[in-house]
Design a protein around this ligand. Structure first.
Ligand SMILES: CC(C)(COP(=O)(O)OP(=O)(O)OC[C@H]1O[C@@H](n2cnc3c(N)ncnc32)[C@H](O)[C@@H]1OP(=O)(O)O)[C@@H](O)C(=O)NCCC(=O)NCCS
Length: 224
């Protein structure tokens, strides 16, 4: 009886704690307020970035002692760890792998140090409540996360560069991702490995009325 009430509560507390650790108090409070207001209205901007993989030249990679490989849908313990790192993926990973997504994991022993989940075809973007269909030669990065203990050691960059190789081998030549503009760590990481910020999607909802605005990013907007 209590389990049904406690699990969502625990997940919410964990999510708040993780947001605080990842983004600080300001962003966390902003998210709480927008969560509370979300019944009536929402407003969110999603910055989209892209790399043209046909122009990307693979380099020798130092994996820093981590084992990097693609996740298999039978690897329950690793899937649980990944879903524990990102609450929005809870219960989602296995289904995504079944329907063609790939997930590159970085392991230290049996521990997931980081991962990059990549999907293809028709993809729902929860942050801006929209679905986009990607072409056969395109891919979308759903999530890249490095566990807190392993950050600042170049692992996210290694995950990205390894995924570029995997995607190139599969014939993908346009790789996209998105982030909240306030997520400077991810924006700097993206820039460092060769992504270019190309557009903002601004989603707004007031009661049942939803609007989406798309804006290309000019040269001046790119500086971070
Ligand atoms: C973003 C994230 C994946 C970076 O992981 P990481 O392994 O620490 O990143 P790296 O060590 O490979 O850093 C690569 C570059 O990213 C940038 N960067 C990483 N963390 C940063 C931070 N906290 N502040 C500013 N820049 C940062 C730097 O430019 C860095 O290069 P440098 O060390 O030469 O300056 C990690 O902070 C994370 O998991 N965040 C939470 C999840 C998230 O926001 N994911 C992205 C949205 S899907």
């Amino acid at each position: 009886m209590h389990v049904g009430i406690n699990i969502p509560m625990k997940r919410t507390v964990k999510k708040l704690r993780r947001n605080f650790q990842d983004y600080g108090l300001g962003v966390t409070l902003g998210k709480v307020c927008s969560g509370a207001l979300a019944v009536a209205c929402e407003s969110r901007t999603y910055r989209i970035y892209r790399i043209k993989l046909d122009r990307y030249v693979p380099a020798e990679l130092d994996t820093g002692g981590f084992e990097l490989r693609l996740l298999d849908q039978e690897e329950n313990s690793l899937i649980d760890q990944i879903e524990g790192l990102e609450e929005w993926l809870f219960g989602e990973i296995r289904e995504k792998l079944k329907t063609g997504s790939i997930c590159l994991v970085a392991l230290e022993g049996e521990q997931v140090a980081g991962f990059n989940l990549v999907s293809f075809g028709e993809i729902y973007m929860p942050l801006v409540n929209m679905t986009r269909k990607f072409r056969d030669n395109e891919a979308w990065s759903e999530q890249i996360t490095v566990s807190k203990n392993f950050r600042g050691r170049g692992l996210a960059a290694t995950l990205r560069l390894t995924v570029f190789d995997v995607l190139k081998d599969r014939g993908v030549n346009r790789f996209y991702g998105g982030t909240l503009p306030l997520n400077l760590a991810n924006r700097k990481l993206s820039k460092k490995v060769g992504f270019r910020e190309i557009a903002d999607i601004r989603y707004r909802r007031f009661l049942n009325k939803k609007t989406w605005a798309f804006k290309r990013i000019g040269q001046n907007d790119k500086a971070i």
